[in-house]
Design a protein around this ligand. Structure first.
Ligand SMILES: [Zn+2]
Length: 110
């Protein structure tokens, strides 16, 4: 997708997920720079409602939209981290969160 198309998808899914008050920086990166099966990563600043999305370029449109939805679902679930940060369950929580994000992304988009 072009950056304009990515922005359109981002806006569409933000509206759907109630994240329309967020602003985003998009970084298109090599697939090797996002070594996970979502082909993307996100850095979230909750206080400012800002996020940077790292999206693998040269993936199919379907994969890139799926990545966008995946990362936005991470924002939706992010407040739950306030309950687990600095505890010994953080690793297990991260795995459970990732599983939930994949299930929700599949339900919403794939
Ligand atoms: Zn994820």
């Amino acid at each position: 997708m072009t950056e304009v198309e990515i922005r359109e998808q981002l806006k569409h899914w933000c509206d759907n997920l109630g994240l329309d008050n967020w602003s985003f920086k998009i970084e298109l990166v090599h697939a090797d720079d996002v070594e996970n099966d979502a082909f993307s990563e996100i850095y979230i600043n909750v206080e400012k409602c800002e996020a940077t999305v790292y999206l693998a370029r040269h993936r199919s449109n379907k994969q890139q939209v799926s990545s966008i939805v995946h990362e936005l679902v991470h924002i939706v679930l992010h407040p739950m981290w306030l309950l687990v940060k600095s505890t010994d369950i953080a690793d297990r929580f991260a795995r459970a969160e990732e599983k939930a994000v994949k299930q929700l992304t599949n339900a919403l988009y794939n």
